[in-house]
Design a protein around this ligand. Structure first.
Ligand SMILES: *Cc1c(COP(=O)(O)O)cnc(C)c1O
Length: 290
């Protein structure tokens, strides 16, 4: 089925949802898939808890780790299966492409909290801003984009939680602001959000990190990107306290399927896990929502 775009709140959109809900009740293939997804996420939740316990009570970020199920390129039925699960439905889902997120949010329950974690293009911020249940944007990489998101967020919609993406690995291919605390662009982005963007709530910092470092971390070394993000956060907290006289704790969005446990050990407050829950992803051209 081609992916049609439905107007959020429209009758057509709610009919699609009813249809999906009915299929989840009756279609054995979908039910088996739902079972598999639920077992996968229960495994991941157990690993999150174990990593948290292992890190002890002085962990940066305290006792809170939010698991974001990264559902990019996966069908709406997968998301609904996890969201509607009888014991502890998943609420937080992450997406990378604004068009895909727009289509999914229009047909799926409004009780889902969406996280946008993909590259942010100025031209598509307007669409993103109009997603009412957009919970967070993890990929703010300029003051201008923050100001644009703030300006285009409709009045009366919930405030959007934001993370500033930091390029801790220094790779040209990765977006994100350079990890400099003094001077530099990062402070400009942070203070612009704090002072000029009442519709945004600065939660913290995000990094993706280099694959090679993630593999080294799997073999027992600490991931340098995660360590770097902690340092930058500490530096920024110090600067905020010096310049504004307030103490804030910046949360860290870091860790994916391969490295979320080590990220939690180092102080992640948000982990973004996709393929360990949903399996390998199709090519973008082959993916469809329905
Ligand atoms: C795809 C993606 C993830 C999830 O990656 P997995 O390895 O599938 O867990 C997390 N964060 C970002 C920014 C992503 O693009």
């Amino acid at each position: 089925m081609a992916d049609v775009e439905y107007e959020p709140g429209s009758e057509a959109a709610s009919n699609i949802l009813k249809d999906l809900q009915e299929k989840l009740q009756t279609d054995t293939e979908l039910q088996e898939r739902a079972q598999e997804l639920i077992l996968n996420i229960q495994d991941i939740r157990a690993s999150v808890n174990a990593a948290k316990a292992g890190a002890g009570t002085h962990r940066r970020g305290g006792d809170e780790v939010q698991l974001i199920a990264v559902s990019k390129l996966k069908p709406a039925s997968d998301i609904l299966a996890l969201h509607a699960a009888a014991d502890g439905g998943q609420v937080h889902f992450g997406e990378n492409y604004i068009q895909e997120l727009w289509k999914k949010h229009a047909i799926l329950p409004t009780t889902i909290s969406w996280h946008f974690i993909g590259g942010l293009q100025t031209s598509s911020i307007s669409k993103l801003a109009r997603i009412r249940n957009l919970y967070a944007v993890h990929s703010i990489d300029s003051a201008k984009k923050a100001v644009t998101l703030n300006r285009l967020r409709p009045d009366g919609f919930p405030v959007v939680n934001v993370f500033v993406q930091v390029n801790t690995s220094g790779e040209d291919s990765k977006s994100g602001v350079e990890p400099e605390v003094d001077g530099g662009e990062l402070w400009d982005v942070i203070s612009t959000i704090r002072k000029e963007c009442p519709k945004l709530n600065l939660v913290g910092l995000m990094t993706i990190g280099a694959i090679a470092r993630s593999q080294a971390a799997k073999e027992g070394e600490e991931n340098e990107d995660f360590v770097a993000l902690v340092k930058v956060a500490e530096g920024l907290e110090g600067r905020i306290e010096r310049e504004e006289g307030v103490k804030v704790e910046l949360k860290l969005s870091m860790g994916m399927s391969d490295d979320f446990e080590s990220a939690i050990g180092i102080g992640a407050g948000f982990v973004r896990v996709g393929s360990s829950i949903f399996g390998a992803r199709p090519k973008k051209a082959d993916a469809s929502i329905l």
